[in-house]
Design a protein around this ligand. Sequence first.
Ligand SMILES: *Cc1c(COP(=O)(O)O)cnc(C)c1O
Length: 409
Amino acid sequence: MAKINLHYRKLSAGYLFPEIGRRVRLFQQENPDHEVHRLGIGNTTEPLTLTVLEGLRDGVERLGDAETYTGYGDEQGEEELRNELARFYGRRNIVLDPDEIFISDGAKPDAANIQSVFSTENRVAVQDPAYPVYVDTNVIAGRSGPFDPDLGNYAGFVYMVCSRDNNFIPDPPQEHVDLIYLCSPNNPTGAVASREELKRFVDYARENKAVLVYDAAYAEFISDPDLPRSIYEVDGAKECAIEINSFSKLAGFTGVRLGWSVVPKALVVEDSEPGEVHRLWFRRQTTFFNGASNIAQRGGMAVLSEQGLKECAGLINYYMENARIIGDGLQALGLEYYGGVNAPYLWLKTPVNLSSWDFFDKLLNEAQVVGTPGSGFGPSGEGYFRLSAFGHREDIEEAVQSMKSRLKL
Ligand SMILES: *Cc1c(COP(=O)(O)O)cnc(C)c1O
């Protein structure tokens, strides 16, 4: 008799986005004449830039000619694209062998899959609040105990609290852990770790032979030249850190699907030799994955060209101007918020200690604005609320105007 993977039953109900949808639909049924403004999405909205479109078109055209047609490519990704990514890091004085870069269909799958090369005995630490993938995939792999609905967390995981007191960047755990997930610039808090803060994690990881899984999906949203855009800007990180990144937010590839991970050959864990984790990830990818789309990879090449990067910086500036408009609105309302400067998310402290969901209802009912309750990202997100800068300018402006004129504070 076939048996299911019982760890799936431990997952707390995937409650956040369906519940948001349910409450918005209910509101719209009861108030059909009200327009609802969305500041809740973590999805890009603006069209691809011209150079990138040309790259994708070129990818399509190549498939229509026997001379240039390609089927399966290099499983690790086109060499040209990996070379280009190595140059991309080179501009920040980070030296990577193109062979240490693995092209994928996105950062979410990589963040989900990377745990499979590590023992299920490993103890996992996550930022709290966090992007849900890190927690859920480790629950499914069997690294947690049961979910505690009162505490809002899983037994067995170490939750590194991100709060106002630490500017939403935690210290490394006091106890021993083996796998540490870090996301900077952070979704959902919009906080960015400094070089010194990252160095503490690198030092911890080297002392404990732990591995950092560093999600840098929003690295290009950093405008402050003193803030690190890669974990490898910290000395020693190649011995202990895997970096995951994506074209999704960098170039609007959320639907195109293209990402990459860096697994340095120098990375060692307790029972491995240098190069072994790299080999295992190669083995994992060649077994489970047949390579990213060749069309998407031509698009990726265009993103990394000089003109492509310039255009994508313009796209990012557009979203960051949205973030500035939202931030100005919150300030005018006297609301306390964080982030939105080097990241496209603003992390709002709910007024008068409302719960995240109570503030969700208030914002929807009074201003017809939809955001994301912070409690959906982990127990320490309670009392916070995420607003996203992804959206068309007019929609963002209308949402902010509606908050300013209708929200009763
Ligand atoms: C959007 C996002 C990603 C990107 O995932 P893709 O699968 O590449 O689209 C990765 N990590 C975080 C934290 C994100 O918010």
